[in-house]
Design a protein around this ligand. Structure first.
Ligand code: MGD
Ligand code: MGD
Ligand code: MO
Length: 766
């Protein structure tokens, strides 16, 4: 029997046909398979949207009726024609009155790994076919970094795909200093499908070869090399100060590489004035840094000397830029690496996210895989992705972004497909209020997520397991022909079919489909990708034989990758795409924007909330909300792996035993986490491996607000701050958040996130 495969962002799985039905098993070629997918199949019929569903007021009182009831009234199931006619009328009417600028189609989220059925690409293509939509730019992942990094070195996608590979690190790196660990739990994923999970073996091989690891993080457990390593607990959001302290030691002990700074960088002299305190009278020395970040000054100085004395790789987690002034730690990391002068050498320089995905450190040939063309968007208006609630609250309001000022459009209709904003956005109570001001919300979803419950019209989407597709991720070894594992649940349809139905009603059927069936599209996207693969020496077989085989092996490793190697060898022939062609330690361009919260070179700027701020007297704990190890964001939160990790049905919150004792909290006690923005119920887990004054509540719990404003499930976004990182990027700052925690003594309200919503028959009386 030929093997069948399916692909998810968190890994490839083999599909076994047993007598009692299909079963998923780990991929034979994966050295460290992720458990996330193994329980996916058994959860795939629970909490499904079965039929097109319409909020009751909309059916009874007309489109746009009572948006303030959204989320608090029953749904009525309708047939497909009724649902599609309603949604098409809403779109037609909104566009007639307000133009396509009144339609928001951002749809942030990850949805399918299969590259054709990727819901966000589908909705964008559909909305472009009917005249365009307000889009988002950047990501929640990398809001600050995506904007600042091109000014100083290169775009994030470019850097991510050229991280120095694991074998090179093992052979050359003697000291690996990481800010925020190398969380293997996060490297379970690679967008499009991680095939061979290599972070565990990569780190272990380095440790075995004698590389010394230093983890600078509030949480020790985000690094695991299989051996001892140095853990330096740092106050959250203060790493820039720590790096400045190291830089000051380098500069004043003459350990910085002046010839590297001269030949490959721009603006060091300008930055050095700040570093030495020439203008503000405050040298950023190790003692100054220690007072901010909590790491002793002697340790900071010694770390700088050690880094200068060995082949050193500096790494940073993406979470550090998901904070107020999140541009600064990334800019400062590059600056520190430039001062060490090892950028472009094997095993030296910097990494911007080893551990954030399986991609970083992989060395298979790099080419762009099959992707659905999204068409042309006739609408100019956009938002930085995390400014969603701002936009809904302030139509016509101004915002700055990357050197220009723009205005928020007036949104009358939100179409969301492939994301879960009522999981992912900050300050969810605020979002709920803003969202209820919008006249129309349409959502395509397989499951009754919090976002589906906050819609007027919900279309039931199929899951990856119910359709055919192609799985492919950058620098992974295998391309996968995904075959359906089971038939569509109830009346679910593919996003492609849903959008085809809408496009036809709106006179754009041909523009959207180009006359192609799903299989035609797969063949088309695959054929389109073949020449790109061939250019890097990968000969993809004919589509039919690929599809029949189910898998294509791209082959053994390509060649060792060293980040910015060409630039180092010959900076004139391989200039960077910055204004000077060099690494910009001081950027004239960013300085020219005149933003006080993001000046022309890296600086320490105190975040809005941190342990050194006045607010910490009222809310003395810094809450980190990291990515969950049991799932991808909110996906399959209802599956076994995620639910087994819950305590009393709530998300665990990690805290130091001393912080717990001071509050009378014991292991596994239910606790109320709160601040002025909101509160949530979680269950305490005590550990010495988290810094005092810090708590960690992972994301992923389906948002479950109670009537009194208490979130019942442990979603950190009941508490987070909804502000932009700076005038430059407007990025998400979820990691900047102070809270307090108290033991919960009363009766705990039940978790209702996994109850089906109220679905009533048509025409029931109220
Ligand atoms: N506090 C805090 N908040 C954060 C972060 C943080 O660090 N802290 N991180 C942020 C980051 S980096 C991210 S990436 C976001 C994650 O953002 P989320 O939007 O929460 O991401 P997902 O859970 O992946 O959402 C994907 C959704 O698509 C649905 N889906 C799956 N397949 C299909 C399909 O084929 N069709 C359709 N129509 N839908 C489908 C899934 O059921 C799911 O609801 O969260 C952000 N929020
Ligand atoms: N299993 C799984 N893997 C995932 C995801 C998932 O949902 N599940 N999501 C994926 C996505 S979309 C993204 S964007 C990436 C995100 O990748 P990251 O943003 O890097 O991941 P996080 O888990 O938020 O944070 C990593 C570590 O940073 C530390 N940290 C937080 N704040 C600070 C700080 O101020 N200073 C220092 N030094 N350390 C700090 C935390 O202790 C945490 O352990 O992960 C991806 N991988
Ligand atoms: Mo992300």
């Amino acid at each position: 029997m030929t093997k069948r495969y399916t692909s998810t962002h968190w890994g490839i799985y083999e599909v076994l046909q047993a007598s009692e039905g299909p079963r998923l098993a780990p991929f034979f070629a994966d050295p460290d398979p992720s458990p996330i997918g193994l329980g996916m199949l058994e959860a795939s019929h629970e909490l499904r949207v079965a039929r097109p569903s319409v909020r009751r007021s909309v059916l009874e009182a007309g489109l746009g009726a009572h948006p303030e009831r959204r989320g608090n009234e029953p749904f009525v199931e309708v047939d497909w024609d009724t649902g599609l006619d309603l949604a098409a009328s809403a779109l037609r009417e909104v566009i007639r009155r307000g133009g396509n600028e009144a339609v928001f189609g951002g749809s942030y989220g990850w949805s399918s790994a299969g590259r054709f059925h990727h819901a966000q690409s589908q909705v964008h293509r559909f909305l472009n076919s009917i005249g365009g939509y307000v889009r988002h730019v950047d990501s929640y992942s990398l809001g600050a970094a995506r904007v600042v990094m091109p000014h100083i070195v290169a775009g994030m996608d470019e850097l991510m795909a050229q991280h120095t590979s694991w074998d090179v690190l093992r052979a050359h790196t003697r000291l690996f200093i990481t800010f925020g660990g190398v969380p293997r739990k996060n490297a379970q994923v690679n967008p499009g499908g991680a095939a061979e999970h290599r972070v565990r073996a990569g780190l272990a091989a380095m440790a075995e070869a004698g590389t010394r690891f230093v983890n600078i993080s509030p949480v020790a457990s985000d690094l695991d090399t299989g051996r001892e390593f140095t853990w330096l607990p740092v106050r959250p959001n203060t790493d820039t100060a720590l790096m400045l302290g190291m830089a000051h030691t380098l500069a004043t002990e003459n350990l910085h590489d002046r010839s590297f700074l001269e030949r490959y960088c721009a603006g060091y002299a300008h930055f050095e004035r700040y570093l030495l305190g020439a203008d503000d009278g405050q040298p950023k020395h190790a003692d100054w840094a220690a007072g901010i970040c909590g790491v002793p000054a002697a340790t900071i100085r010694q770390l700088a000397r050690d880094a200068a004395a060995a082949r050193t790789m500096l790494n940073i987690s993406w979470s550090l830029q998901r904070s107020d002034h999140g541009e600064q730690p990334f800019w400062m990391l590059v600056t520190l690496a430039a001062m060490l002068g090892q950028i472009g050498l094997p095993g030296g320089g910097f990494g911007v996210g080893y551990g954030a995905s399986n991609l970083m450190g992989m060395d298979h040939p790099r080419f762009s895989g099959p992707t659905l063309p999204q068409g042309q968007n006739a609408v100019r208006a956009f938002i930085p992705v995390a400014r969603l609630a701002d936009m809904l609250e302030n139509p016509g309001g101004a915002f700055t972004y990357n050197g220009s000022t723009h205005r928020y459009p007036a949104i009358e209709l939100i179409y969301w497909a492939g994301g879960n904003p009522f999981h992912h956005h900050q300050d969810l109570q605020r979002l709920a209020a803003a969202w209820r001001r919008v006249p129309h919300v349409i959502v395509n979803e397989p499951f009754w997520t919090p976002t589906a419950r906050m819609a007027d019209i919900v279309f039931p989407a199929t899951t990856t397991l119910e359709r055919e597709d192609i799985g492919f991720a950058t620098r992974e070894r295998y391309m996968i022909a995904m075959h359906p594992v089971q038939p569509p649940h109830a009346e679910a349809r593919d996003d492609y079919a849903i959008f085809t139905g809408l496009a036809e009603r709106l006179g754009a059927g041909a523009a959207f489909t180009e006359g192609r069936s799903v299989r035609d599209w797969l063949r088309h996207l695959y054929d389109d990708c073949r020449p790109r693969a061939a250019r890097v020496g990968v000969e993809l077989p004919e589509f039919d034989s690929f599809f029949a085989a189910g898998i294509f092996d791209i082959g053994e490793r390509a060649r060792p990758v060293v980040m910015l190697e060409d630039f180092r060898r010959d900076p004139a022939a391989h200039p960077l795409r910055t204004p000077s062609g060099r690494i910009e330690i001081h950027s004239e361009r960013v300085a020219g924007f005149g933003y006080a919260d993001c000046p022309g070179h890296p600086v320490w700027l105190a975040p809005e909330e941190w342990l050194g701020s006045a607010k910490a007297e009222r809310y003395p704990l810094h809450m980190l909300s990291d990515q969950p190890h049991t799932k991808l964001h909110s996906q399959y939160d209802h599956a076994r792996l995620s639910r087994e990790n819950r305590i009393h049905g709530r998300e665990p919150i990690l805290m130091h035993p001393a912080d717990a004792a001071a509050r009378g909290i014991g292991e596994h006690d239910l606790v109320r986490v709160h601040n002025a923005r909101g509160s949530t119920l979680a269950a305490a887990v005590l550990s010495e491996r988290i810094a005092r004054g810090v708590v960690k509540l992972s994301t992923g719990a389906w948002y479950d607000p109670g009537p009194d404003g208490l979130e019942k499930h442990g979603n950190p976004n009941a508490l987070t701050l909804d502000r932009g990182a700076s005038s430059l990027s407007q990025g998400c700052i979820a990691q900047t958040c102070l809270v307090d925690v108290e033991r919960w003594t009363g009766q705990a309200p039940p978790v209702t996130a996994f109850d089906m919503p109220d679905i009533v028959a048509r025409n029931t009386s109220r």
